[in-house]
Design a protein around this ligand. Structure first.
Ligand SMILES: NCCCN[C@H]1CC[C@H](NCCCN)CC1
Length: 289
């Protein structure tokens, strides 16, 4: 029955549309409106407050890159924290790393978890891994309470800065992430689009360069159903063992990449390195030493 158009003040004057076959769920949580619909060509789609979060067809590009860019950059990740990520997709990807012993996740909205389990079983499969501990709550408070140097990696799989995730783009939050990481630990955050939010990205880069004394690099992937067709990530490491994000030291073993029921669809070592290559207009503003 018609089309869904992703109209938002965050990307004025443009809107990506998907043809709706059937609306499968509409609800309102404590934090946001939640909708699921069956699209004609991208499978099922999860929408929060009118913003597309994932589609079955292209979620692999985002979940695989936001997870493997950090985890393949450090030799032996053991303890990982996911902030946000309530659909479970990042958990599914973290679980591919055999060195991982513990996966904590802090998601603020339980409705996202329940809706993902009901409508996106191939994404929510991540919650089944025995190493996962789910906390429903505010990631800012969770990190404040985390003991210093707890995690090898923190992945911030957030929505956009307008809405419940606003604080996850601010300096105090990045400081609390740096404190919760061990020396040489890494953070990877959802860092918006160079076509839409260069100003937000510049703020994030400035804050991260100030807080993370290791390396700070912006990488990106293509997601057809995100506005401008791409999304970026901020890769940061604390001081300690040097992390060279551009050359992965810890490749996912081949059999894990092919493992059923859900083999990798997007990430590979070459695209890992390529993800850090930027167009001139972005290099000029973001750069990297
Ligand atoms: N695990 C999937 C969650 C995806 N997070 C975000 C969903 C909203 C999306 N807006 C893109 C806005 C334009 N850059 C960014 C990623």
């Amino acid at each position: 029955p018609g089309w869904f158009s992703e109209i938002s003040p965050m990307w004025p004057g443009e809107a990506h549309s998907l043809k709706i076959e059937k609306i499968l769920f509409q609800g309102k949580s404590e934090y946001q409106k939640v909708m699921v619909f069956q699209s004609s060509t991208y499978g099922k789609v999860l929408v929060l407050d009118g913003v597309i979060q994932l589609t079955e067809r292209d979620e692999c590009a985002y979940q695989e890159m936001i997870t493997h860019l950090p985890l393949c950059s450090i030799p032996n990740p053991k303890k990982v924290l996911v902030i946000g990520g309530g659909d479970g997709g990042v958990l599914r990807e973290v679980a591919r790393h055999s060195s991982i012993e513990k996966i904590d996740i802090c998601e603020i909205d339980n409705m996202v978890v329940e809706v993902s389990k009901q409508f996106f079983p191939e994404v929510a499969v991540g919650f089944n891994d025995p190493r996962v501990t789910l906390r429903i709550g505010d990631g800012v408070a969770f990190l404040k309470a985390a003991p210093e140097g707890t995690y090898d990696a923190v992945i911030v799989d957030s929505s956009d800065p307008i809405g419940p995730a606003q604080e996850l783009f601010e300096k105090p939050f990045f400081q609390s992430v740096a404190r919760a990481l061990r020396p040489g630990g890494v953070m990877c955050t959802q860092a918006e689009s160079i076509w839409l939010h260069m100003d937000i990205i510049e703020d994030i880069v400035a804050n991260c360069r100030h807080i993370f004394k290791g390396s700070v690099n912006y990488a990106w992937t293509t997601v057809p159903t995100y506005p401008s067709g791409m999304i970026g990530f901020m890769l940061c490491s604390t001081e300690g063992p040097v992390v060279d994000f551009k050359h992965p030291v810890n490749p996912i073993d081949q059999k894990e990449c092919e493992k059923s029921p859900r083999p990798l669809k997007f990430y590979n070592p070459e695209i890992h390195t390529a993800a850090f290559c930027l167009p001139l207009f972005a290099k000029r503003k973001i750069g990297s030493k």
